[in-house]
Design a protein around this ligand. Structure first.
Ligand code: NAD
Ligand code: DAU
Length: 341
Protein backbone atom coordinates (compact mmCIF):
# COMPACT_ATOMS: atom_id res chain seq x y z
CA UNK A 1 0.00 0.00 0.00
CA UNK A 2 1.43 3.37 -1.01
CA UNK A 3 -0.06 6.41 0.75
CA UNK A 4 0.65 10.04 -0.13
CA UNK A 5 0.03 12.26 2.89
CA UNK A 6 -0.15 15.93 1.87
CA UNK A 7 0.66 18.52 4.54
CA UNK A 8 2.59 15.91 6.52
CA UNK A 9 5.03 18.53 7.86
CA UNK A 10 2.19 20.32 9.65
CA UNK A 11 0.64 19.58 13.02
CA UNK A 12 -1.97 16.89 12.36
CA UNK A 13 -0.34 15.58 9.17
CA UNK A 14 2.97 15.18 11.04
CA UNK A 15 1.31 13.22 13.84
CA UNK A 16 -0.49 11.11 11.23
CA UNK A 17 2.79 10.33 9.41
CA UNK A 18 4.31 9.16 12.74
CA UNK A 19 1.23 7.02 13.41
CA UNK A 20 1.21 5.34 9.97
CA UNK A 21 4.98 4.86 9.58
CA UNK A 22 5.21 3.19 12.99
CA UNK A 23 2.02 1.15 12.81
CA UNK A 24 2.32 -0.12 9.22
CA UNK A 25 5.96 -0.99 8.39
CA UNK A 26 4.74 -2.64 5.14
CA UNK A 27 3.10 0.52 3.84
CA UNK A 28 5.05 3.17 1.94
CA UNK A 29 4.29 6.61 3.36
CA UNK A 30 5.14 9.61 1.17
CA UNK A 31 4.93 13.00 2.85
CA UNK A 32 4.23 15.73 0.28
CA UNK A 33 4.50 19.24 1.72
CA UNK A 34 5.31 22.72 0.44
CA UNK A 35 6.94 23.70 3.76
CA UNK A 36 5.04 26.97 4.18
CA UNK A 37 5.48 28.88 7.46
CA UNK A 38 3.42 26.08 9.09
CA UNK A 39 5.49 23.18 7.75
CA UNK A 40 8.41 21.95 9.83
CA UNK A 41 10.67 19.02 9.00
CA UNK A 42 11.87 18.94 12.64
CA UNK A 43 8.52 17.26 13.35
CA UNK A 44 9.52 14.34 11.15
CA UNK A 45 12.91 13.71 12.80
CA UNK A 46 11.66 10.61 14.69
CA UNK A 47 10.69 8.87 11.40
CA UNK A 48 12.95 10.38 8.75
CA UNK A 49 15.32 7.38 8.60
CA UNK A 50 12.62 4.71 8.50
CA UNK A 51 12.68 2.67 5.26
CA UNK A 52 8.93 3.08 4.69
CA UNK A 53 9.05 6.91 4.82
CA UNK A 54 9.92 9.47 2.15
CA UNK A 55 9.58 13.28 2.02
CA UNK A 56 8.88 15.19 -1.21
CA UNK A 57 8.72 18.98 -1.27
CA UNK A 58 5.97 20.33 -3.53
CA UNK A 59 2.83 22.37 -3.97
CA UNK A 60 -0.58 20.68 -4.28
CA UNK A 61 -1.66 23.55 -6.56
CA UNK A 62 1.18 22.86 -9.04
CA UNK A 63 -0.66 20.72 -11.61
CA UNK A 64 2.32 19.51 -13.71
CA UNK A 65 4.21 18.61 -10.53
CA UNK A 66 1.24 16.72 -9.03
CA UNK A 67 0.50 14.82 -12.25
CA UNK A 68 4.18 13.92 -12.60
CA UNK A 69 4.20 12.65 -9.00
CA UNK A 70 1.15 10.44 -9.65
CA UNK A 71 2.77 9.14 -12.87
CA UNK A 72 5.97 8.18 -10.99
CA UNK A 73 4.58 7.01 -7.67
CA UNK A 74 1.16 5.55 -8.61
CA UNK A 75 -0.21 6.00 -5.05
CA UNK A 76 -3.07 3.82 -3.76
CA UNK A 77 -4.35 6.37 -1.26
CA UNK A 78 -4.20 10.16 -0.86
CA UNK A 79 -4.85 11.75 2.53
CA UNK A 80 -5.13 15.50 2.04
CA UNK A 81 -4.17 17.52 5.13
CA UNK A 82 -2.43 20.31 3.17
CA UNK A 83 -4.20 23.60 3.76
CA UNK A 84 -3.98 27.13 5.03
CA UNK A 85 -5.48 26.57 8.47
CA UNK A 86 -5.41 29.65 10.67
CA UNK A 87 -8.72 31.55 10.84
CA UNK A 88 -7.00 34.83 11.83
CA UNK A 89 -4.70 34.70 8.79
CA UNK A 90 -7.76 34.07 6.56
CA UNK A 91 -9.17 37.41 7.70
CA UNK A 92 -6.03 39.13 6.41
CA UNK A 93 -5.47 37.12 3.19
CA UNK A 94 -8.53 35.11 2.02
CA UNK A 95 -7.11 34.52 -1.48
CA UNK A 96 -4.29 32.26 -0.28
CA UNK A 97 -6.96 30.08 1.38
CA UNK A 98 -8.88 29.71 -1.89
CA UNK A 99 -5.64 28.81 -3.68
CA UNK A 100 -4.47 26.02 -1.41
CA UNK A 101 -7.70 24.77 0.12
CA UNK A 102 -9.88 24.79 -3.02
CA UNK A 103 -7.56 24.73 -6.05
CA UNK A 104 -5.10 22.43 -4.27
CA UNK A 105 -7.95 19.99 -3.59
CA UNK A 106 -9.30 20.04 -7.16
CA UNK A 107 -5.78 19.53 -8.51
CA UNK A 108 -5.37 16.39 -6.39
CA UNK A 109 -8.86 15.18 -7.37
CA UNK A 110 -8.04 15.63 -11.08
CA UNK A 111 -4.84 13.62 -10.67
CA UNK A 112 -6.82 10.86 -8.87
CA UNK A 113 -9.33 10.85 -11.73
CA UNK A 114 -6.57 10.66 -14.35
CA UNK A 115 -4.40 7.97 -12.73
CA UNK A 116 -6.96 6.07 -10.63
CA UNK A 117 -6.95 5.71 -6.85
CA UNK A 118 -8.21 3.26 -4.22
CA UNK A 119 -9.24 6.09 -1.90
CA UNK A 120 -9.00 9.90 -1.70
CA UNK A 121 -9.51 11.13 1.86
CA UNK A 122 -10.19 14.80 2.60
CA UNK A 123 -9.37 16.10 6.08
CA UNK A 124 -12.03 18.70 6.71
CA UNK A 125 -13.31 20.61 9.71
CA UNK A 126 -16.38 21.10 11.87
CA UNK A 127 -16.15 24.80 10.96
CA UNK A 128 -17.98 24.02 7.69
CA UNK A 129 -21.16 23.70 9.78
CA UNK A 130 -20.82 27.25 11.14
CA UNK A 131 -21.41 27.70 14.85
CA UNK A 132 -23.95 26.81 17.54
CA UNK A 133 -25.58 29.16 20.07
CA UNK A 134 -24.05 29.19 23.56
CA UNK A 135 -27.44 28.72 25.24
CA UNK A 136 -28.35 25.46 23.43
CA UNK A 137 -26.03 22.78 24.91
CA UNK A 138 -28.41 20.16 23.49
CA UNK A 139 -27.35 20.96 19.89
CA UNK A 140 -24.47 19.15 18.11
CA UNK A 141 -23.13 19.00 14.54
CA UNK A 142 -24.09 15.77 12.75
CA UNK A 143 -23.05 14.80 9.21
CA UNK A 144 -26.48 16.07 8.07
CA UNK A 145 -26.07 19.56 9.55
CA UNK A 146 -26.24 22.04 6.63
CA UNK A 147 -23.03 23.86 5.63
CA UNK A 148 -23.16 27.40 7.02
CA UNK A 149 -19.67 28.89 7.04
CA UNK A 150 -18.52 32.06 8.82
CA UNK A 151 -14.89 32.75 7.85
CA UNK A 152 -12.90 32.76 4.59
CA UNK A 153 -11.08 29.70 6.02
CA UNK A 154 -14.25 27.68 6.60
CA UNK A 155 -15.77 28.85 3.29
CA UNK A 156 -12.71 27.53 1.44
CA UNK A 157 -12.80 24.22 3.37
CA UNK A 158 -16.54 23.83 2.60
CA UNK A 159 -15.86 24.58 -1.08
CA UNK A 160 -13.25 21.83 -1.12
CA UNK A 161 -15.65 19.37 0.53
CA UNK A 162 -18.28 20.08 -2.13
CA UNK A 163 -15.75 19.37 -4.90
CA UNK A 164 -14.77 16.09 -3.22
CA UNK A 165 -18.43 14.99 -3.09
CA UNK A 166 -19.01 16.20 -6.67
CA UNK A 167 -16.10 14.07 -7.94
CA UNK A 168 -17.62 11.07 -6.16
CA UNK A 169 -21.03 11.61 -7.73
CA UNK A 170 -19.90 12.69 -11.19
CA UNK A 171 -16.73 10.63 -11.74
CA UNK A 172 -17.33 7.80 -9.21
CA UNK A 173 -14.09 8.68 -7.42
CA UNK A 174 -13.78 6.65 -4.18
CA UNK A 175 -13.67 9.41 -1.57
CA UNK A 176 -14.23 9.92 2.15
CA UNK A 177 -14.32 13.10 4.23
CA UNK A 178 -13.67 13.55 7.96
CA UNK A 179 -14.79 16.67 9.80
CA UNK A 180 -13.15 17.08 13.16
CA UNK A 181 -13.23 19.55 16.01
CA UNK A 182 -10.25 21.52 17.41
CA UNK A 183 -7.14 19.35 17.70
CA UNK A 184 -4.46 19.73 20.36
CA UNK A 185 -1.33 17.78 21.22
CA UNK A 186 2.38 17.62 20.30
CA UNK A 187 3.84 19.61 17.37
CA UNK A 188 1.10 22.26 17.04
CA UNK A 189 2.28 25.58 15.61
CA UNK A 190 2.21 28.25 18.35
CA UNK A 191 -0.23 30.56 16.54
CA UNK A 192 -3.13 28.35 17.72
CA UNK A 193 -4.77 28.84 21.11
CA UNK A 194 -3.16 26.13 23.27
CA UNK A 195 0.51 26.34 22.18
CA UNK A 196 0.28 30.14 21.98
CA UNK A 197 -0.97 30.39 25.56
CA UNK A 198 1.53 27.77 26.77
CA UNK A 199 4.56 29.47 25.22
CA UNK A 200 3.53 32.92 26.45
CA UNK A 201 2.64 31.78 29.97
CA UNK A 202 6.02 30.07 30.28
CA UNK A 203 7.67 33.41 29.37
CA UNK A 204 5.37 35.28 31.83
CA UNK A 205 3.89 37.25 28.92
CA UNK A 206 0.27 38.43 28.65
CA UNK A 207 -2.29 35.98 27.24
CA UNK A 208 -4.55 37.57 24.59
CA UNK A 209 -8.08 36.20 25.07
CA UNK A 210 -10.50 37.30 22.34
CA UNK A 211 -13.76 38.96 23.44
CA UNK A 212 -15.00 37.69 26.80
CA UNK A 213 -13.39 34.23 26.51
CA UNK A 214 -16.78 32.47 26.61
CA UNK A 215 -16.55 30.95 23.10
CA UNK A 216 -16.59 27.15 23.26
CA UNK A 217 -14.40 24.67 21.40
CA UNK A 218 -14.71 20.86 21.44
CA UNK A 219 -11.14 19.61 22.01
CA UNK A 220 -9.84 16.45 20.32
CA UNK A 221 -6.43 14.97 21.02
CA UNK A 222 -4.50 14.67 17.76
CA UNK A 223 -3.69 10.98 18.46
CA UNK A 224 -7.42 10.18 18.60
CA UNK A 225 -7.91 12.07 15.33
CA UNK A 226 -5.12 10.05 13.64
CA UNK A 227 -6.70 6.81 14.83
CA UNK A 228 -10.05 7.94 13.38
CA UNK A 229 -8.54 8.64 9.94
CA UNK A 230 -6.73 5.28 10.02
CA UNK A 231 -10.10 3.57 10.69
CA UNK A 232 -11.87 5.54 7.95
CA UNK A 233 -9.16 4.61 5.40
CA UNK A 234 -9.45 0.92 6.23
CA UNK A 235 -13.15 0.53 7.02
CA UNK A 236 -14.96 3.71 5.90
CA UNK A 237 -17.51 3.58 3.10
CA UNK A 238 -16.91 5.44 -0.19
CA UNK A 239 -18.77 8.72 -0.50
CA UNK A 240 -19.31 9.05 3.26
CA UNK A 241 -18.61 11.88 5.70
CA UNK A 242 -17.51 11.07 9.27
CA UNK A 243 -17.53 13.61 12.11
CA UNK A 244 -14.68 13.26 14.64
CA UNK A 245 -14.95 14.66 18.18
CA UNK A 246 -14.94 13.39 21.72
CA UNK A 247 -17.42 15.59 23.65
CA UNK A 248 -14.76 17.71 25.32
CA UNK A 249 -16.27 21.18 25.22
CA UNK A 250 -14.51 23.94 27.11
CA UNK A 251 -14.74 27.74 27.05
CA UNK A 252 -11.53 29.43 25.95
CA UNK A 253 -11.22 30.89 29.42
CA UNK A 254 -11.40 27.42 30.99
CA UNK A 255 -8.61 26.24 28.67
CA UNK A 256 -6.39 29.24 29.47
CA UNK A 257 -6.97 28.91 33.23
CA UNK A 258 -6.14 25.17 33.08
CA UNK A 259 -2.82 26.02 31.43
CA UNK A 260 -2.02 28.76 33.95
CA UNK A 261 -2.79 26.43 36.86
CA UNK A 262 -0.66 23.60 35.47
CA UNK A 263 2.29 26.00 34.95
CA UNK A 264 1.76 27.74 38.29
CA UNK A 265 1.29 31.14 36.66
CA UNK A 266 -1.13 33.88 37.87
CA UNK A 267 -4.49 34.58 36.16
CA UNK A 268 -3.44 38.24 36.05
CA UNK A 269 -1.54 37.32 32.85
CA UNK A 270 -4.90 37.09 31.03
CA UNK A 271 -5.58 40.12 28.84
CA UNK A 272 -8.97 40.49 27.12
CA UNK A 273 -8.39 41.86 23.61
CA UNK A 274 -10.52 42.92 20.62
CA UNK A 275 -12.55 40.00 19.36
CA UNK A 276 -11.86 38.06 16.14
CA UNK A 277 -14.22 39.36 13.39
CA UNK A 278 -17.10 36.89 12.86
CA UNK A 279 -15.89 34.80 15.82
CA UNK A 280 -17.76 31.46 15.91
CA UNK A 281 -19.45 30.95 19.28
CA UNK A 282 -19.54 27.21 19.87
CA UNK A 283 -18.47 24.03 18.08
CA UNK A 284 -19.69 20.63 19.27
CA UNK A 285 -19.47 17.36 17.35
CA UNK A 286 -21.79 14.38 17.49
CA UNK A 287 -19.41 11.47 16.71
CA UNK A 288 -22.12 8.72 16.85
CA UNK A 289 -21.64 7.61 13.23
CA UNK A 290 -17.88 7.07 13.63
CA UNK A 291 -18.40 5.27 16.95
CA UNK A 292 -21.21 2.95 15.89
CA UNK A 293 -20.16 2.26 12.29
CA UNK A 294 -16.36 2.05 12.70
CA UNK A 295 -15.96 1.42 16.45
CA UNK A 296 -13.90 4.59 17.12
CA UNK A 297 -13.36 5.42 20.78
CA UNK A 298 -11.07 8.26 21.93
CA UNK A 299 -8.24 7.37 24.32
CA UNK A 300 -7.95 10.87 25.79
CA UNK A 301 -10.37 13.17 27.53
CA UNK A 302 -9.43 16.83 27.77
CA UNK A 303 -8.25 16.60 31.39
CA UNK A 304 -5.70 13.85 30.66
CA UNK A 305 -4.84 15.10 27.17
CA UNK A 306 -4.04 18.66 28.19
CA UNK A 307 -1.68 17.50 30.95
CA UNK A 308 0.13 15.21 28.46
CA UNK A 309 0.31 18.10 25.98
CA UNK A 310 1.68 20.56 28.54
CA UNK A 311 4.32 17.97 29.50
CA UNK A 312 5.28 17.61 25.82
CA UNK A 313 5.78 21.35 25.37
CA UNK A 314 7.87 21.48 28.55
CA UNK A 315 10.02 18.57 27.35
CA UNK A 316 10.37 19.87 23.77
CA UNK A 317 11.19 23.54 24.19
CA UNK A 318 13.72 23.38 21.32
CA UNK A 319 10.97 22.47 18.85
CA UNK A 320 8.75 25.49 19.55
CA UNK A 321 11.40 28.02 20.60
CA UNK A 322 13.02 27.71 17.17
CA UNK A 323 9.66 28.71 15.63
CA UNK A 324 9.23 31.70 17.95
CA UNK A 325 12.60 33.05 16.90
CA UNK A 326 11.77 33.09 13.17
CA UNK A 327 9.09 34.85 11.01
CA UNK A 328 6.70 34.26 13.89
CA UNK A 329 7.72 37.37 15.81
CA UNK A 330 6.65 39.72 12.98
CA UNK A 331 3.41 37.73 12.61
CA UNK A 332 2.71 38.14 16.33
CA UNK A 333 3.43 41.86 16.21
CA UNK A 334 1.07 42.46 13.25
CA UNK A 335 -1.73 40.31 14.71
CA UNK A 336 -1.52 41.35 18.38
CA UNK A 337 0.70 44.46 18.65
CA UNK A 338 -2.08 47.08 18.90
CA UNK A 339 -4.52 44.77 20.69
CA UNK A 340 -2.11 44.20 23.57
CA UNK A 341 -1.19 47.87 24.10
P1 NAD B 1 -1.00 23.13 9.76
O1 NAD B 1 -1.25 24.56 9.41
O2 NAD B 1 -0.27 22.81 11.01
O3 NAD B 1 -0.21 22.42 8.56
C1 NAD B 1 -0.56 22.59 7.22
C2 NAD B 1 0.54 21.94 6.38
O4 NAD B 1 0.17 22.05 5.00
C3 NAD B 1 1.90 22.61 6.52
O5 NAD B 1 2.91 21.63 6.71
C4 NAD B 1 2.10 23.34 5.20
O6 NAD B 1 3.46 23.46 4.83
C5 NAD B 1 1.32 22.44 4.26
N1 NAD B 1 0.86 23.17 3.06
C6 NAD B 1 0.24 24.38 3.01
N2 NAD B 1 0.00 24.72 1.73
C7 NAD B 1 0.47 23.71 0.96
C8 NAD B 1 0.50 23.48 -0.45
N3 NAD B 1 0.00 24.37 -1.31
N4 NAD B 1 1.03 22.32 -0.90
C9 NAD B 1 1.56 21.42 -0.04
N5 NAD B 1 1.57 21.59 1.31
C10 NAD B 1 1.03 22.72 1.79
O7 NAD B 1 -2.42 22.43 9.72
P2 NAD B 1 -3.12 21.40 10.74
O8 NAD B 1 -3.63 22.15 11.90
O9 NAD B 1 -2.24 20.23 10.90
O10 NAD B 1 -4.39 20.99 9.86
C11 NAD B 1 -4.31 19.93 8.91
C12 NAD B 1 -5.65 19.76 8.23
O11 NAD B 1 -6.65 19.50 9.22
C13 NAD B 1 -6.13 21.01 7.48
O12 NAD B 1 -6.73 20.59 6.28
C14 NAD B 1 -7.14 21.65 8.41
O13 NAD B 1 -8.12 22.36 7.69
C15 NAD B 1 -7.72 20.42 9.10
N6 NAD B 1 -8.23 20.66 10.46
C16 NAD B 1 -7.40 21.14 11.44
C17 NAD B 1 -7.89 21.27 12.74
C18 NAD B 1 -7.03 21.77 13.88
O14 NAD B 1 -7.53 21.92 14.99
N7 NAD B 1 -5.74 22.03 13.69
C19 NAD B 1 -9.20 20.94 13.03
C20 NAD B 1 -10.03 20.51 11.98
C21 NAD B 1 -9.51 20.34 10.72
O1 DAU C 1 -12.69 23.51 14.72
C1 DAU C 1 -11.64 23.13 13.92
C2 DAU C 1 -10.73 24.29 13.62
O2 DAU C 1 -10.00 24.57 14.81
C3 DAU C 1 -9.77 24.02 12.46
O3 DAU C 1 -10.50 23.80 11.30
C4 DAU C 1 -8.78 25.18 12.29
O4 DAU C 1 -7.83 24.87 11.28
C5 DAU C 1 -8.07 25.40 13.60
O5 DAU C 1 -7.19 26.50 13.50
C6 DAU C 1 -9.08 25.62 14.73
O6 DAU C 1 -9.77 26.89 14.54
P1 DAU C 1 -10.08 27.87 15.78
O7 DAU C 1 -10.27 29.22 15.25
O8 DAU C 1 -11.14 27.30 16.65
O9 DAU C 1 -8.66 27.71 16.58
P2 DAU C 1 -7.71 28.79 17.29
O10 DAU C 1 -6.68 28.02 18.02
O11 DAU C 1 -7.26 29.84 16.35
O12 DAU C 1 -8.68 29.47 18.35
C7 DAU C 1 -9.38 28.68 19.33
C8 DAU C 1 -10.26 29.64 20.11
O13 DAU C 1 -9.43 30.50 20.90
C9 DAU C 1 -11.13 30.56 19.27
O14 DAU C 1 -12.38 30.76 19.91
C10 DAU C 1 -10.36 31.88 19.23
C11 DAU C 1 -9.66 31.89 20.58
N1 DAU C 1 -8.34 32.58 20.61
C12 DAU C 1 -7.40 32.19 19.72
C13 DAU C 1 -6.16 32.80 19.69
C14 DAU C 1 -5.12 32.38 18.68
C15 DAU C 1 -8.08 33.56 21.56
O15 DAU C 1 -8.92 33.87 22.40
N2 DAU C 1 -6.84 34.15 21.54
C16 DAU C 1 -5.88 33.83 20.64
O16 DAU C 1 -4.79 34.45 20.67
Amino acid sequence: MKIVVTGGAGFIGGNFVHHMVNKYPDYEIINLDLLTYAGNLETLKPVEDKPNYKFIKGDIVDRPFIFDLFEKEKPDIIVNFAAETHVDRAVVDPESFVRTNVTGTTTLLDACKEYGIKRYHQVSTDEVYGDLPLDRPDLFFTEETPLHTSSPYSAAKAGADLFVLAYHRTFKLPVTISRCSNNYGPYQFPEKLIPLMLSRALANESLPVYGNGENVRDWLHVADHCEAIDLILHKGRDGEIYNVGGHNERTNLEVVKTILKALDRPESLIKYVTDRPGHDRRYAIDPAKLETELGWKPKYNFDTGIQQTIRWYLDNEDWWKRILSGEYSSYFESMYGERLQ
